[in-house]
Design a protein around this ligand. Structure first.
Ligand SMILES: *Cc1c(COP(=O)(O)O)cnc(C)c1O
Length: 363
């Protein structure tokens, strides 16, 4: 028998949501009739600039990609007005979160994050055998004082997603800045801004100013959500060179594909697509709120592209919605048995979701 380390034996495989094709086959319907609002993907598809760049790219794949994603890194450095050395590209921002764990955690070290945080935080810490402190969050908002209080001599990394997933809640810049001022400089704070593009401009963090001010801060962004590139796997972190360099050292070689690099560099300039995405999302959220109020379902106000809804038995309702061709995300794995998460879709998708919900709630 192979002798696996204890922390590896305790890992659970990642269980993604039901795939569209699998459900379509099961129900005997066309895949185009399935509505998947389970993974916070962009209902408008992919940035057109990214698609055009992909079409123009040489269809030649014999060579390895650029290990350092140089062109994308340069585009990002220019976009954020920071030196190239501050940028770490990864195969999704999830990979960057994992690199932070690889660089900062090991057995005996500790990661700190909030209850109802993005599951990848726990996974990244567990895979490297580190311990973790989960700070209670009864109101679904990250308890920053609680995070501070649980930082001890073993703590090397704090994970915060803002807005949070699956909660959709938001911490103000004032709250976060006060928190950053109080974190010991030896502890790295990874601020995951996967949904920043959905925030009104005035709420967005002064991320780059903070990184200048707090050398222990890393901010991560992704192309998976607002840019519509989840299928290509590309995201990045921004931090001062000391942290960025260490993360690059633990990044698996050639992990960001050439097509991902090309698409991301092109998508970055697609301000029109981002604006349309944010507009569609705001309208969709407003529509969902009205419908949820009518259905007398409790929900948490969201600053992202999904909404947390209290439905009783979340697993059972998700399964029943599935039978109606609607895939939502049950949240039992987050300890939120009574809640489901619904991603904002296109207007017609939102209507399908609401109709299915109405039929199930009134059934
Ligand atoms: C979706 C999401 C991401 C994005 O992950 P990728 O690996 O970039 O696709 C990161 N953080 C949070 C909190 C998310 O919800």
């Amino acid at each position: 028998m192979p002798n696996f380390p204890e922390h590896i034996e305790k890992l659970q495989p990642y269980v993604p949501g039901l795939a569209i094709n699998a459900l379509a086959a099961q129900l005997g319907v066309d895949p185009s009739s399935i509505v998947k609002v389970a993974s916070n993907e962009n209902p408008l598809g992919t940035s057109k600039l990214a698609l055009e760049a992909l079409q123009k790219a040489t269809q030649e794949f014999a060579l390895y990609p650029d290990n350092d994603s140089l062109e994308l890194t340069e585009a990002l450095a220019k976009y954020h007005n920071v030196p190239r050395e501050w940028i770490v590209v990864g195969s999704g921002s999830e990979a960057v979160l994992s690199m932070a764990a690889g660089a900062l955690l090991t057995r005996g070290k500790k990661a700190v994050y909030s209850q109802y945080s993005f599951q990848a935080f726990a996974g990244a810490a567990q895979r490297v055998g580190a311990s973790h402190a989960v700070v209670p969050s009864p109101d679904f908002r990250v308890n920053l004082d609680g995070l501070l209080a649980s930082i001890d001599a073993d703590t090397t990394l704090v994970y915060i997603a803002n807005p949070g997933n699956p909660t959709g809640t938001f911490l103000s810049n004032e709250e976060l800045e006060a928190f950053l001022s109080n974190v010991p400089p030896s502890v790295v704070v990874l601020l995951d801004e996967a949904y920043v593009e959905y925030l009104p401009v005035e709420l967005r963090s002064p991320a780059i100013r903070w990184i200048h001010q707090f050398p222990n801060l890393m901010v991560t962004r992704t192309f998976s959500k607002a840019y519509g590139l989840a299928g290509l796997r590309v995201g990045y972190g921004i931090a001062q060179p000391e942290i960025a360099d260490m993360l690059r050292r633990v990044r698996p070689p050639f992990s960001v594909t050439r097509l991902a690099q090309i698409a991301a560099a092109a998508a970055l300039a697609d301000t029109q697509f981002l604006a349309k995405t944010a507009e569609c999302n705001a309208a969709g959220l407003a529509y969902l709120y009205t419908a949820l109020n009518e259905l007398k379902l409790e929900f948490v106000e969201s600053f992202a592209n999904f909404v947390l809804v209290k439905v009783g038995d979340g697993n059972a309702l998700s399964q029943r919605l599935t039978q109606r061709g609607v895939i939502v995300r049950p949240l039992k794995s987050y300890g939120l048995n009574e809640w489901i998460r619904i991603s904002v879709g296109s207007q017609s998708e939102n209507e399908t979701v609401v109709n299915a919900l109405r039929q199930e709630i009134n059934a």
